[in-house]
Ligand binder design. Structure first.
Ligand code: ADP
Ligand code: MG
Length: 693
């Protein structure tokens, strides 16, 4: 159970003062559903309002807080002209300028003859001093509230800077004193303050430097987050290690049969990875291994050959994919390969209902099904296996540790193979998988053609469409991926639908559309039509990202490529270049491109090596490119930024290892404090692996 001390932080964000039912959804969109999410919503800058010159000394372009007397109101003479209020001090006068003003309100704020504190950006206009829409207008008594360093928060539509700043102040009042979980010596060496003080100094910064990303307060919180992350991964890992495994010998009967049915020989990397998995499975320990390999590097075959070990030993294997499309595709690949060996493979997704589902479940419970492939339907409550010994999780970053544990709980001593097609830089590998054993498929199957990539402005759309028309006339098949729109699946869809209509007008019924909101059967129908060649162009939102295999597709068009993360572009591009034909990828961007985006697209043009792309992506990823991070599916840190706090990660890992070597069940006083840390960062699943609370 989460310590009650933390309850105020985990209350719904709507319980904060000033947030009513109308604003709650906006705050949720801005920060998240809980109070703590708002505390993690850090200022992106500050406005220093301490500068309080006389009017005659107020320089243009600077924020100043002025003490002035209200001389006269000058209502606007027409709706287009602003409302002006003349103010003065002993050195001169100025105008406060308001567009679309409400006179009664302004007269109450700025009564003629009275003194006011006014803060805003000073402008010089035709030799006059003016402030357009001052940020603050308060009576003299409140001067100290204004002449501060004000945090500036990233906003979302419908929320103003003032509202957010005020709500954060309310959230800060709910922050409890927490027991210190950091090691005292390390902590002192870093010159850090306690958690609460650090948090306060980020939200109520005493100086601009106080909010610096590499400043002590931010580093402290980043380290907290990284420590929670590393500790959680290690706890889960230790838990898995403690559990007994069962030795499963290498298949000697089924594997040769299936290998003989393969139309190709394994690559060196595939053989090496398979041998690593074999040796893990043969140990009486729980296997937890990551199989990393670019799209098309042949992970599925490796997983299948490993599954045969479990089946031959009399047990069952399961393969879990993140989407129905992908699960079905694995099923279609695997079924024919094992048919000759007499294995029974079944598919189970959320779509299977009623009798069909019951019959699969019955055969699974009796052991008649040897290999079950599906989505997270695989570990639903009423799914019981006769004897599950081996589980493969494809595209693991879409699943949490929690789901991994749930699937494992469906069997006895389940060996686990986690597959990912996202090439993960070494630093990030640590954050997503901890010290999980890893095998890399760093060699593509022979015969793959390189994909030639071009980067073009969207302005050349007509030309592109013309070229596509020629290509499909010659029999080509084309993926057309539509722009990712920030935070909104609905507008993603609108963009894709619009492009679909556009292309349909030109190419008629050779154009199909697939998107995430479509129901399974409808989606499959479109995908199948594209696979058979009935459709030549498949317009898609990013649902095709993971694992669709149509070897005949040779052209990939990506609109607004600058909005995608590099890892995602790489995944998308991997959809082509899978067959014998020469393939190309067109990255269309919206001009003008920032330097950073230019550099990123240039990397895509220059290389197809997923690991190089991943390292460069991490290096180049600036604060403005968070969208890409989110889309890549890698764990998102709220406070730590690995391009800035990368070195803290290694320290957090070492610290976590030391902690667990001394206090494996987090029982000591510091151990208890660390439990609070884990709850604070919502690593509850890791705590549940501990024996007692
Ligand atoms: P991944 O899951 O890593 O994206 P897949 O396992 O789906 O890749 O393999 C992609 C394609 O390559 C499949 O059609 C598969 O049959 C084929 N393939 C796998 N291994 C080899 C190999 N060693 N030689 C030739 N083709 C292979
Ligand atoms: Mg795959």
């Amino acid at each position: 159970m989460r310590p009650s001390l933390l309850n105020p932080l985990f209350a719904p964000i709507g319980t904060l003062p000033g947030i009513g039912p109308k604003l709650a959804p906006l705050y949720e969109r801005l920060a998240g559903p809980k109070v703590v999410d708002l505390l993690w919503h850090l200022p992106s800058g500050v406005v220093d309002r301490r500068f309080s010159p006389k009017l005659a000394q107020a320089p243009a372009g600077k924020v100043a807080t002025l003490i002035v007397q209200v001389d006269a109101h000058m209502p606007s003479s027409s709706p287009k002209r602003p409302y002006r209020v003349r103010v003065s001090d002993e050195t001169g006068f100025a105008h406060l300028v308001f567009f679309h003003a409400r006179e009664d309100w302004l007269r109450r704020q700025l009564p003629e003859g009275e003194w006011r504190v006014v803060s805003g950006v000073v402008e010089h206009f035709n030799n006059d001093i003016q402030i357009t829409h001052p940020d603050h207008v308060v009576p003299l008594a409140d001067k100290d509230k204004v002449t501060t360093i004000e945090p500036v928060y990233p906003l979302t539509g419908g929320l103003t800077a003032k509202m957010v700043a005020k709500t954060v102040r309310g959230a800060l009042e709910r922050v409890p004193e927490l027991p210190e979980w950091q090691d005292a010596a390390w902590f002192a060496r870093q010159g850090w303050s306690d958690w609460k003080t650090a948090l306060q100094s980020l939200h109520q910064p005493p100086s601009e430097q106080a909010i610096a990303e590499d400043g002590p307060a931010r580093r402290r919180l980043a380290f907290d987050e990284l420590l929670a992350n590393q500790l959680a991964l290690m706890l889960v890992r230790a838990h898995m290690r403690k559990l007994k495994g069962r030795p499963i010998p290498v298949s000697t009967r089924l594997r040769p049969q299936v290998m003989a049915a393969l139309p190709f020989a394994l690559t060196g990397a595939q053989s090496r990875s398979l041998a690593e998995i074999d040796s893990d499975m043969a140990e009486p320990l729980r296997m937890l291994r990551l199989l990393q390999g670019d799209v098309g590097s042949g992970k599925t075959v490796v997983a299948l050959l490993a599954m045969l070990n479990a089946v031959e030993s009399g047990a069952q294997a399961a393969l879990m994919a993140p989407t129905e499309i992908l699960a079905r595709q694995h099923f279609d690949t695997i079924s024919p390969l094992v048919a000759g060996a007499g294995l029974r493979v079944a598919l189970l997704t959320g779509r299977d209902k009623g009798k069909a589902r019951q019959s699969i479940l019955a055969d699974l419970a009796s052991g008649d099904i040897h290999v079950l492939i599906g989505t997270h339907a695989l570990f639903q409550e009423d799914v019981a296996y006769a004897d599950l010994a081996f589980a493969v999780i494809d595209e693991q970053h879409r699943f949490g540790v929690h789901q991994r544990l749930e699937l494992a709980s469906k069997g006895q001593a389940v060996d686990m193979l986690v597959m990912t097609a996202t090439p993960i830089p070494r630093t990030l590998l640590l954050t997503s998988y901890g010290d999980m054993d890893a095998s890399r498929l760093d060699e593509k199957p022979p015969g793959r053609q390189p994909v030639s990539t071009r980067v073009l402005p969207l302005a050349r759309m007509d030309e592109v469409v013309h070229g596509i028309g020629r290509a499909i006339g010659g029999g080509a098949r084309v993926y057309w991926v539509c722009p990712l729109v920030e935070d909104s699946e609905t507008s993603d869809l609108a963009a894709a639908e619009e492009r679909h209509r556009h292309l349909e007008q030109l190419f008629g019924d050779r154009v199909g559309l697939v998107h995430g909101k479509m129901k399974g059967p409808a989606k499959d129908k479109v995908m199948a039509a594209f696979a058979t060649g009935e459709l030549s162009i498949l317009v898609a939102t990013t649902v095709i990202e993971v694992g669709v295999n149509v070897p005949e597709a040779t052209i990939m068009v990506i609109e607004h490529a600058e909005r995608f993360g590099l890892a995602q572009l790489h995944q998308l591009r991997g959809r082509v270049g899978r067959g014998a034909g020469a393939s190309s990828c067109l990255l269309l961007y919206d001009s003008p491109l920032s330097e950073n985006s230019k550099a990123r697209l240039e990397i895509m043009r220059a290389t197809e090596d997923g690991f190089v792309i991943a390292e460069e992506d991490l290096r180049l990823r600036g604060g403005g490119e968070i969208l890409g991070t989110r889309q890549s599916g890698l764990p998102e840190f709220k406070l730590a930024d690995l391009s800035i706090h990368g070195e803290l990660l290694a320290a957090a890992r070492d610290d976590a290892a030391l902690i667990l070597s001394r206090d494996p069940d987090l029982q000591t006083e510091r151990g208890q404090a660390l439990r609070t840390l884990l709850y604070l960062f919502e690593r509850d699943a890791a705590i549940h692996t501990l024996r007692s609370g």
